[in-house]
Every structure is written in structure tokens, then in C-alpha cells.
Design a protein around this ligand. Structure first.
Ligand SMILES: *Cc1c(COP(=O)(O)O)cnc(C)c1O
Length: 218
């Protein structure tokens, strides 16, 4: 087995253990391999081990790296996890099956008008600025209610909330807060947890974890 496949198996085991502790079904947790800045060979090793969901944060990189891979592996699903410029909405709607970073009204409007056309229609997570950090993207918690209403009346298919907790502090309270916001706003999907904290995120209800470093590096 390749070492990438080994790392992937270990991550899947850790997800299963964390889900068991929380009496959750591990099948309810989607593992997204964050492949930004990784080569097609590294990506292919994971696809050959059964990995189907990949996260990327830059449209340019997706356009230069993924078309041959997608041709060979049509079962792969691409997840947009980085900040998107509104003028890239068309590319984003065409390339991504799921967008985790819907973070403002102007992007909602652009994506929504692209989705009116007969192209693929991505599922969306609304990104929440969970730690109220100036430098981070995401909808402010106080504005989430009105933003969710706007998303629900758009053409996009809303599946949940996404957040990146502040660095260097215990992430659990932020994961718990995001889970609570999802309950209050009646969405099921929770995209939270990265290499350093995915087990905690799974215990607190994550339905999608986005893992880069732990998947690609020893
Ligand atoms: C890069 C990135 C990840 C993966 O982070 P790791 O710590 O390498 O697992 C997850 N989510 C987002 C939004 C990212 O940009």
C-alpha cells in the first residue's frame, strides 16, 4: 500500500473511533482530501485507494491540474474551500460539486445567476466567521439569519455551515457553536475540522472534514 493510502486509512480509523465515542455513524462523515499544492501523482495515489472527495482553494490551480484527472476519474467530486472572487463564479459553478466558502451576498448573487444557466449546480455551505476575526472570511454570526434566508430563496442548494476556528486556541467551543447555529438554522451539514483537530470536530458533529497535511505528509 502506498504511504498516502496508509495515511488515509489511519485518518479513516480515527474518524471511526471519534464517531463511535459520540455514538455517531462514521458513514455520516465525509473525508475531503485537501489537495491544494499537491501534484497529480500524489492525488492519483489517493484516488486509487478509493478517495473520491478532494478540496481545492484556487480556481487557477484547479484549471491547470484537474481536467486530465477528472477525465480519467469521473467519480471524483471537487470541493471549493477557499475564498472565491465573484468574477470567478462561473468557473466555480462549473468546476466544483460543492462550495464550502459562500461568505457574502455578492458571491451569492453571482453564483445564483450562474446556476440559472444549464450548467452544474454546486451544493453550498455558508461559511461563518465563527471567531469574529477581522482577517477571516465568513458571514458574521449576527447576520447569519438574514443571510440564510437569502440563500434559501436563491437557486443554490444549501447543505450546511462551514467554519475555520481561530488558530492556536482550543477549537472545541467553536465547533460546538457552529453545530448549535446549524441546529438553530435548520441545516444538517457541518464542514469543520482539519488535520490538527478533525477528531474533535467529528465528536462535535462534523459531517465533512477537510484534511490536507495529515493526508499528504508524514
Ligand atoms: C488548507 C485548508 C485545509 C486543510 O488544512 P490542513 O491543516 O492541512 O489539514 C482545510 N480547510 C481549508 C479551508 C483550507 O484552506
Amino acid at each position: 500500500m502506498s504511504s498516502a493510502a496508509n495515511r488515509r486509512r489511519k485518518i479513516l480509523d480515527a474518524i471511526t473511533k471519534a464517531a463511535a465515542l459520540a455514538k455517531r455513524d462514521p458513514a455520516d462523515v465525509q473525508l475531503i482530501a485537501v489537495s491544494k499544492q499537491r501534484s497529480p501523482d500524489e492525488i492519483e495515489a489517493l484516488i486509487n485507494d478509493g478517495q473520491q472527495d478532494f478540496g481545492e482553494n484556487r480556481i487557477q490551480e484547479v484549471l491547470s491540474k484537474w481536467p486530465p484527472l477528472l477525465e480519467r476519474y469521473p467519480e471524483v467530486r471537487l470541493h471549493g474551500i477557499g475564498r472565491l472572487q465573484s468574477n470567478k463564479a462561473r468557473d466555480a459553478a462549473n468546476l466544483f460539486d460543492v462550495i464550502h466558502s459562500l461568505d457574502r451576498s455578492s458571491l451569492l448573487d453571482s453564483l445564483s445567476s450562474e446556476s440559472a444557466k444549464p450548467v452544474r449546480k454546486p451544493l453550498v455551505y455558508v461559511q461563518v466567521n465563527i471567531g469574529d476575526e477581522e482577517q477571516k472570511g465568513g458571514v458574521a454570526i449576527g447576520e447569519l439569519g438574514s443571510f440564510m434566508t437569502k440563500v434559501r430563496t436563491s437557486r443554490l442548494e444549501l447543505i450546511g455551515l462551514m467554519a475555520i476556528p481561530p488558530l492556536k486556541v482550543e477549537p472545541a467551543p467553536y465547533f460546538a457553536l457552529l453545530a448549535d447555529l446549524a441546529r438553530r438554522h435548520d441545516v444538517r451539514g457541518l464542514s469543520m475540522g482539519m488535520s490538527a483537530d478533525f477528531a474533535t470536530a467529528v465528536m462535535l458533529g462534523a459531517t465533512a472534514v477537510r484534511i490536507g497535511t495529515a493526508m499528504f505528509e508524514d
